[in-house]
Design a protein around this ligand. Structure first.
Ligand SMILES: [Zn+2]
Length: 70
């Protein structure tokens, strides 16, 4: 497990799940496994609303990483 994996508390709920494609050259880091998502690769983009009403965005390289976190 990578050090930058974020913890999702039970009070947070998934607001929106969409599929995106990494378009910029700056790679996105998967919040599940910590691997970087390379350019032109499809990934899951999740918006979570916390108890405070604040939105947090997560990116996952695949279904497995998404399932492990939520
Ligand atoms: Zn991953």
């Amino acid at each position: 497990m990578a050090e930058n994996v974020r913890q999702v508390s039970k009070s947070e709920r998934v607001e929106c799940v969409s599929t995106r494609i990494q378009l910029t050259e700056n790679s996105t880091t998967c919040d599940g496994c910590g691997e970087s998502i390379e350019q032109r690769v499809q990934y899951k983009y999740v918006t979570v609303q916390g108890s405070s009403g604040r939105f947090t965005e997560f990116s996952f390289c695949d279904e497995d990483c998404f399932g492990e976190t939520f």
